[in-house]
Design a protein around this ligand. Structure first.
Ligand SMILES: [Zn+2]
Length: 302
């Protein structure tokens, strides 16, 4: 009996502390919206290369472990234990979460001169995981309407962007989970420095220049520990092999004009979370999603 009581009070304590610590949680209607977008539109763009799929998922899982250490209250939401990281054939640097259990890692990230190391790929992916954990989609978009077709849902992402504050918060949380997950903190900013040279241009929508993003680690308040360090998921050679397979993913590398499928248009149209502005091909794709004005009733001539 005494033992039972102890068990019962331990359960009550666990339930109570769970309730006490839990911050805001992912709303089911947003999780469902992301699932619809995936099933109805984006799934065909996923790479069928099993090794690449496993690798991207493994890097993502390790980021989630890092997030559980860096932000346990946020990472405790059961939705995040179901996060799927998809490598999609889209030849631009981007990684995007649609607000549920799906993170899209663009094949353009694995081009030579973009993510040349696993650390650079992990840094980019960490940013999207941070948006997911911060619930930025549900904090930004209006409540989902299940009747909206996928292009109209994607258009909402175009017109309701993450704010500069959300971007900066995502960068800081990204650094924390990256470092806790065991990658070299010194290498966190490499990707952004390199992209700043490769894609010069003025930041848009109030976004910070890429050079600021390299500072996220310094201002995160986190003192990286040596004992957190782990070897990368793939050694250098394996990483390069995987990258070569990713390069052959996209058949058309010239932008969305040649890519008819809806998945490509939507992937290109989603705002760029790696660069501080959208590339011309993205703006083109966004125009394809723009809702057309409804034609009025025909006017009878008098
Ligand atoms: Zn972002």
């Amino acid at each position: 009996m005494v033992r039972l009581l102890i068990v019962a009070s331990a359960v009550a304590l666990a339930a109570g502390s769970g309730l006490g610590c839990a911050g805001p949680r992912a709303k089911p209607q947003f999780v469902q919206q992301a699932q619809r977008l995936h099933d109805k539109a984006l799934a065909p763009a996923i790479s069928r290369d099993g090794d690449l799929a496993d690798y991207v998922q493994a890097v993502g899982e390790r980021l989630l472990e890092g997030a559980r250490a860096a932000a346990p209250d946020k990472a405790a939401d059961p939705v995040f234990s179901r996060l799927k990281f998809h490598l999609v054939g889209a030849e631009l640097p981007n990684v995007f979460t649609t607000g549920g259990t799906h993170v899209y890692v663009y094949s353009g990230l694995l081009r030579p001169g973009v993510c040349d190391t696993e650390e650079e790929l992990a840094a980019a992916m960490a940013h999207a995981v941070a948006h997911a954990m911060n619930l930025d989609v549900q904090n930004t978009l209006r409540d989902p309407d299940p009747r909206l077709p996928p292009p109209a849902v994607a258009w909402q992402f175009v017109t309701n962007r993450f704010t500069p504050q959300q971007e900066w918060a995502a960068d800081k949380l990204a650094f924390a989970m990256y470092a806790r997950a065991g990658w070299d903190p010194e290498q966190y900013g490499n990707l952004y420095l390199k992209l700043g040279d490769r894609y010069p241009g003025r930041p848009e929508n109030g976004r910070a220049p890429l050079s600021y993003r390299t500072e996220a680690g310094r201002v995160s308040g986190l003192e990286p520990q040596r004992r957190w360090r782990q070897p990368p998921v793939a050694d250098r050679r394996t990483f390069n092999d995987l990258r070569r397979s990713a390069t052959s993913l996209g058949t058309a590398a010239t932008g969305p004009a040649l890519l008819a499928p809806e998945a490509q248009i939507i992937l290109w149209a989603l705002p760029n979370c790696v660069l501080p502005f959208d590339l011309p091909g993205q703006v083109q794709a966004q125009e394809l999603l723009r809702p057309r004005p409804q034609a009025g009733p025909p006017v009878e001539p008098n």
